[in-house]
Design a protein around this ligand. Structure first.
Ligand SMILES: [Fe+2]
Length: 488
């Protein structure tokens, strides 16, 4: 499984797989073994045994098959309807059936407090970049043990902030489940597929797809393709939602119907399991004598999901200039500032670039956002550094950036063709209104490198026109004196 990923990597868009209607339309990658329910923020329901979900009430005196009803509430009880999230799980044993919690040793390569008073985090006023981190070859390292935190903001106990991690894993989680009590994980596999079992069912996530597993939802990750690497954006305090479309109207960007949620799947196994909880960045563990993925049926609107990035409907300028990069937003999460998101997930994937009379590389810019980029596959133009799949780059807010002088020269002297850009590649950006700090792990990594400032030795073109400009300015002064326009 997962071996035909390059076919999907080399397409321009998902639409290409549909062969112009000559074949029956299909919504899943051919090697995806699971079934899903489509939509976004719906109230879904699924039952692995038909007739299990109680109707007209959630918590009957007796649930069919003697199952236990358990509600998972993810918003304040009184949160307004559009933000109110909960699911009802009908399971073989309730989650509380375990043998008690114990502390786990800290993973020194992870971090959760990004406040500058923490001596383990660092501020960078300049751009930073990392070559791909190595996936360990020796020892068994699973998805949890292989977490490495690169950057973040805030602290999960404050219920506002985020962390950016990478996972470097070579082993499936064997009878081990994970619960993130801090926040939501947006997971972007870069190498190797993830076969994820959740309490709600199964998700198969390949490079080019993403998944979101939310706060409190138990999951376990298997690696069907072997050694795996990927990126995670973790958010605290809100959930991901689709960005508003404004003047675009009802369709475009990531369409709600392309988000896929699992169907109920359960296992009844009397065997030893360990469930690892992350709370305030600390790890805790509880053992239990039965499989935690024993939910026979569920309903609700708090459900993990996945999305195929090749289905993203890019929009852009069809006359001149670039539109601001917010048009590349797949998912966004609110902060407490009504005018600035906590976290945006943007992608730069194959699309047409047709704007005329336009400087085509990203214009030189500074902005309030923290920009953290990664590359899932292919090549990404418009960056000045050695940017490889599995690598990362970071710019904090108001740090000026843009392409190297040679690239500027080429772009401003050549008439650009109407062309497809970013072929066979997906780069992404974790963007935030929050200032990031960099972890000890990333700060001291031998993969960290800085940009060579010589690439930005720009020529002063204005001074070449000194005589001409002085004549213009002299003529302006003369005209002002003649009319008294300068106030004298
Ligand atoms: Fe930027």
């Amino acid at each position: 499984m997962g071996k035909d990923t390059p076919d999907y990597q080399n397409i321009f868009h998902w639409a290409e797989t549909q062969k112009n209607g000559d074949i029956p339309s299909f919504k899943l990658r051919r090697n995806d073994p699971y079934q899903y329910q489509a939509g976004f923020n719906n109230h879904f329901e699924s039952e692995a045994i038909p007739g299990t979900i109680p109707h007209g009430q959630n918590s009957p005196r007796k649930v069919r098959w003697g199952l236990y009803a358990e509600q998972m509430t993810a918003s304040a009880f009184v949160a307004p309807r559009h933000l109110n999230k909960r699911s009802w799980l009908y399971r073989v044993k309730p989650a509380v059936a375990h043998d008690g919690f114990s502390d786990l040793p800290d993973n020194p390569d992870t971090e959760s407090c990004f406040l500058p008073i923490n001596p383990r985090v660092h501020l960078s006023a300049t751009q930073l970049a990392w070559l791909p981190l190595n996936i360990p070859k020796s020892d068994k390292v699973d998805f949890i043990d292989g977490l490495k935190t690169i950057a973040g903001s805030g602290d999960p106990t404050l219920r506002e902030g985020l962390a950016i991690h990478m996972y470097l894993a070579n082993s499936s989680m064997m009878n081990r489940a994970f619960v993130n009590s801090d926040g939501d994980f947006l997971i972007c596999p870069q190498q190797g597929s993830l076969d994820i079992t959740t309490e709600f069912g199964k998700l198969f996530v390949q490079p080019g797809e993403i998944c979101v597993i939310q706060r409190g939802q138990k999951f376990s990750v298997d690696l069907p393709d072997g050694p795996s690497r990927g990126y995670i954006q973790e958010i605290w305090g809100s959930n991901y939602e689709l960005p508003e479309l404004g003047p675009l109207g009802a369709n475009g960007l990531a369409n709600a119907r392309d988000f896929l949620h699992p169907v109920a799947h359960f296992e009844v196994k009397e065997e030893r399991w360990k469930v690892v909880y992350k709370l305030g960045g600390k790890l805790f563990e509880c053992a239990q004598g039965h499989c935690p993925f024993d939910v026979v049926a569920w309903h609700g609107n708090y459900v993990p999901y996945k999305y195929d990035l090749t289905k993203f409907v890019n929009v852009g300028s069809i006359s001149v200039d670039h539109i601001d990069p917010s048009i590349f937003c797949v998912l966004t999460a609110k902060s407490r500032d009504p005018a600035a998101p906590l976290a945006d997930f943007l992608i730069f994937s194959p699309r047409w670039d047709v704007a005329s009379h336009t400087y085509r590389p990203p214009y030189f810019h500074r902005n309030v956002a923290s920009e953290f980029m990664g590359l899932l596959y292919g090549q990404y133009g418009g960056r000045s550094d050695a940017f490889q799949p599995g690598g990362c780059s970071f710019e904090c807010g108001m740090v000026p950036h843009g392409v190297a002088y040679e690239e500027y020269q080429a772009a401003s002297s050549q008439r650009p063709p109407e062309m497809r850009i970013s072929p066979a590649s997906i780069a992404f950006m974790f963007e935030s209104s929050r200032a990031f700090t960099i972890t000890d792990f990333a700060w001291k990594s031998d993969k960290l490198h800085q940009h060579d400032p010589t690439m930005w030795r720009f020529e002063d073109n204005l001074s070449k026109h000194k005589v001409e400009i002085e004549e213009i300015l002299k003529a302006k002064r003369d005209a002002e004196e003649a009319t008294g326009a300068n106030g004298h």
